[in-house]
Structures are given as structure tokens and as C-alpha cells.
Design a protein around this ligand. Structure first.
Ligand SMILES: N[C@@H](CCOP(=O)(O)O)C(=O)O
Length: 500
């Protein structure tokens, strides 16, 4: 069963939690108890393919789904030619003890596909299970990657509508084009005059507005989420930690049981939290290294125990991580406080009212023992892209470059020699201008169009542009709406044709 991190919502099955998205008390759903992956299953994973590994992990959490339901959801998500790699999430050896877990082989070239190809299937199945007939309105706040992956995953899915809110000037050109050209009859995309936090806060306000939800219900609509606040977004992400480990044992780069570090470019804390669940389940993870850009709110929290959003918001070359309110930290705090919803509620309410909260020294030490952290500037990010390409012929996108450099700094500072698995979250082509100028200097971008830059990058790194990105050049723009954060509820009503 699933409980809210704030303790004031009823327990739900996983199907109910996935359909609701967020708990009615404003908290996030977490498993009441965490399953353990026994050693035998861990060993067995080595010889399984990605889909089989996914079922093995999912069935430990989604206990109200049958094995055949999970197999069918997983086959739909990862089967066929949806992913450009047959491994789905391949692990690439970059140096003797540094590996890249490439999570960007899906249809939108970012790691969000790993969950957002599966979530629509889990949700459709959940709606049948719980006999829900309302139309589910999925609200998404995005700093670039989740939005497109949600649009692609939910496009024309029965009984769903999708509404994506992205910061007007806070995503890469390719990310923007991916969203504004999206086809499908059940979706809408809005640029928000503000940053990602404004969009995410706007969405959370809508979720917590009882009158608004009642009006929706009267029109046979219910809200849900495709962000990592939804448990159904998070659980598929646990799978690739197991899969990467199994691959490395299979290829004999590590021995079974050996401790490894995962280094995760972090924004909303969902990806790295999935790694935490994998560790709690028994995967031999030494550290989960939290890598940030100059929006280093998490680095500071992990150093001091004070989470403060009272700071300048920076627009960086790694825009998907331009976030100051990291939603999933709430789940970690719940687990690290020994499941104490009253403490979590107090911290979240202080974050809301005072802009900050502080955990105890004891809690901080327990968190620090698992999550070392660091951040790098834009200047270091581009230097890292250039250095890694020159030294190893491997092309990093800016988010993955942040992780790479933080991993290098961590190893130098601590002497921890565990193999580092860098979680590669996006294709370099999504951030073509930053990557091209990192490799060839800013002059390479002078007076060239987005698509010339894409092709130049492809030629330089001798890799074809993903077809779905190349075709953006010829797709008509279908979504041009812009709104203020305070107008988001009205915008949702208009899109749903609900009268004021
Ligand atoms: N980095 C994200 C921000 C939202 O995070 P999510 O994991 O909660 O969906 C993005 O690219 O949109």
C-alpha cells in the first residue's frame, strides 16, 4: 500500500496512487514498506533483457497489477523499435572505471522516456482496475524534458488529456520545438511567463485547490500528474539502476556484489531518488552522487542541512536542472526521518512560508553518508564537454557533463575509487548549440540555424541526428499560447471548456 509523506491521506493501492498522482494532503505517495530484491533474483537479472528486468522490479512495488498486465505494459513501452538501442538503456565504457548509463535512446532523446513510455500504460491499466470513468487531466510542469516525453507518451491515449507548462525562456530551442510542434488530439502546451519553479508551483496549487477539483469532478474530469511526484513516474526509473549493474556484471567490468557509485545530474530529485530505492532494495550502491549546476540548492542542503530556496535563479546551459524547489526531496526526507509525516509536513510548510527549513545534524549525517554532492558552473560544463570528447571521443550533453565533472571532483577530493556510473540523461543533440560551441568555439554558431547546427554536430561527432529531432525542421508549430503563472487554473478550464 502507498501512504502520503504528510500522513493525512488515506492509504492507497499502487493503481489508485498512480491514478491520483499526488496525495490530497499535498504530500507524495511512498510505499508503506520497501521491498527487498533477494540475492537470487539479483543474480538472475544478469541474464535477463531490459523488459524482463523491468517486470522483476515493478512487480515488487505494483503488487495490485498482475504479472501479465505488467508484461504487457512493459512490452508496449520498451518493445518494437521505440528505443534506438536494443539494450534500451545501454551502459557504455568510457574509461576503465567510468561508465555512461545512456538513458536517452527513447523517442524524445531524454531519460524521461524511460518512465513516460510506461506510465501511460500503467495509468490506463489502473483506470480499468479501479473502475474510474472520469477523463484524467494530466498536468505537467517541465524545464524541458518531461514535457515532451509526457506529450509523446500520452498522445491520443484514451481517457486522458495532457497539459504541459514550460518556462517561456527556460528551455533549449530543440526542447521548445519538440513541444510546440507536438501532434495529438488530447493535448495542449503553454509557455509560462516565469521559471520552472513558477510552473511547478502553479501546477501544485491547482492540485491542492479543492473548489477547482470539485468543479472538474462535476464535469467528469480528474487531475493526475506525469511529473516524478507521481509514483508511477518514479518506479520505472528504479529499473535502470538494476539493469546497469546487471550489465556491468555480465560484461565482467565489475564482480557481483561489488559496490559502485551512480552520479546523477539532479533537478527535481526524482532520478537520484530512484537510485536510493534501488540501494534500499539491496543493489550494491556505495554512493549516489548528486550533481548540480549553479542552481546549487541541493549541494548546499547536502552540505549544511539547510534547504533554502531564497536565492537567485540562474538560467544555465543545463536548463532541465534549473530548479530551486526539488519536489522529490520530500520523499527522501520521509524515509530518512524514519517515516515521520509530521516532521515532513513541518519542513514543507516552512519551505512554503519562510522559504527554508533545516534538518537535524543526525538526519544530515545519515543523508550525507549516501549522497555526496557537488556543482559546476557553465564554464566548467563546456570545458568538460570539450575535454571528454578530446580525451575519450565521447560526447556528453551539458547535464551529463555536469555529472561527469562532479564525479571527477568527488574522486579527487575523497580518493573513493569505486567505479563511477554516470547517468547520461539526454542526447547531446538536444543541446546542440552548447555542445557544438563547446567543441568548436562560439564562432561555430555564428549565423547558423538550429538545424544547420544539428547537422554540423552530427558531422563532427560522426553520429546521425536522431530522426525525431531532424524532422522538427519541417513540422508546423501547433502550440503558441503563453500565460502568467497566476492564470494557469483559468487556462486549464478554458482548455477543458469548463465555464467560469
Ligand atoms: N527536469 C525536469 C523537471 C521536472 O522533473 P520531473 O522529473 O519531476 O518531471 C524536466 O525536464 O521537465
Amino acid at each position: 500500500m502507498y501512504v502520503s509523506t504528510r500522513g493525512a491521506a488515506e492509504k492507497l493501492t499502487s493503481a489508485q496512487a498512480i491514478a491520483q498522482g499526488i496525495a490530497p494532503d499535498g504530500g507524495l505517495f511512498v510505499p508503506e514498506s520497501l521491498p527487498v530484491m533477494d540475492e537470487q533474483t539479483l543474480k538472475r537479472m544478469i541474464s535477463l533483457n531490459y523488459q524482463e528486468r523491468a517486470v522483476a522490479v515493478l512487480q515488487l512495488f505494483l503488487t495490485d497489477y498482475s504479472e501479465s498486465e505488467l508484461k504487457s505494459c512493459v512490452a508496449g513501452a520498451y518493445g518494437g523499435d521505440k528505443f534506438s538501442s536494443s539494450a534500451v538503456a545501454p551502459v557504455v565504457k568510457v574509461t576503465d572505471d567510468v561508465f555512461a548509463l545512456e538513458l536517452w535512446h527513447g523517442p524524445t532523446s531524454a531519460f524521461k522516456d524511460m518512465a513516460l513510455q510506461l506510465l501511460p500504460r500503467l495509468l490506463s491499466c489502473a483506470l480499468k482496475k479501479i473502475d474510474e470513468h472520469a477523463e484524467i487531466v494530466i498536468l505537467v510542469a517541465t524545464s524541458g524534458d518531461t514535457g515532451k516525453a509526457a506529450l509523446e507518451g500520452f498522445k491520443d491515449v484514451d481517457q486522458t488529456r495532457v497539459m504541459v507548462f514550460y518556462p517561456e525562456n527556460g528551455v533549449s530551442q530543440i526542447q521548445r520545438l519538440q513541444m510546440v510542434t507536438q501532434q495529438g488530439n488530447n493535448l495542449a502546451v503553454f509557455a509560462v511567463k516565469g521559471n520552472f519553479d513558477d510552473a511547478q508551483t502553479g501546477v501544485k496549487h491547482i492540485f491542492n485547490d479543492n473548489a477547482f477539483n470539485a468543479q472538474l469532478a462535476a464535469n467528469s474530469f480528474k487531475l493526475s500528474s506525469a511529473n516524478s511526484i507521481n509514483w508511477g513516474r518514479l518506479v520505472p526509473q528504479i529499473v535502470y539502476y538494476f539493469s546497469a549493474y546487471a550489465d556491468l556484471v555480465q560484461s565482467k567490468h565489475i564482480s557481483a556484489g561489488q559496490q559502485v557509485n551512480f552520479v546523477v545530474p539532479t533537478g527535481n530529485f526524482g532520478n537520484i531518488l530512484a537510485g536510493y530505492y534501488a540501494k534500499r532494495m539491496g543493489l550494491p550502491i556505495n554512493k549516489l552522487i548528486c550533481a548540480s549546476n549553479s542552481n546549487n540548492v541541493l549541494t548546499d542542503f547536502l552540505a549544511t542541512g539547510v534547504y533554502s530556496r531564497k536565492r537567485e535563479f540562474h538560467k544555465t546551459y543545463s536548463p532541465s536542472m534549473d530548479i530551486l524547489i526539488s519536489s522529490n526531496l520530500e520523499r527522501l526526507l520521509y524515509h530518512m526521518s524514519n517515516n515521520a509525516p509530521s516532521e515532513v509536513s513541518r519542513w514543507m510548510s516552512e519551505l512554503n512560508s519562510k522559504g527554508e527549513y533545516q534538518v537535524s545534524d543526525e538526519q544530515l549525517q545519515a543523508i550525507q553518508a549516501i549522497f555526496p554532492a557537488g556543482w559546476v558552473s557553465d564554464t566548467q560544463t563546456v570545458a568538460t564537454i570539450d575535454k571528454v570528447y578530446k580525451e575519450y571521443g565521447y560526447t556528453l550533453d551539458p547535464h551529463t557533463a555536469v555529472a561527469w565533472q562532479v564525479a571527477e571532483n568527488y574522486r579527487r577530493e575523497t580518493g573513493d575509487s569505486s567505479p563511477n556510473i554516470i547517468v547520461a540523461t539526454a542526447s547531446p543533440f538536444k543541446f546542440n548549440d552548447t555542445v557544438l560551441s563547446a567543441l568548436q568555439g562560439t564562432d561555430s554558431l555564428a549565423a547558423v540555424s538550429e538545424f544547420t547546427a544539428l547537422n554540423k554536430l552530427a558531422e563532427l561527432i560522426d553520429t546521425p541526428v536522431p530522426a525525431a529531432l531532424a524532422e522538427l525542421e519541417h513540422l508546423p508549430v501547433r502550440h503558441t499560447s503563453v500565460c502568467n503563472p497566476k492564470d494557469m487554473p483559468g487556462v486549464v478550464k478554458v482548455a477543458l471548456k469548463i465555464a467560469e
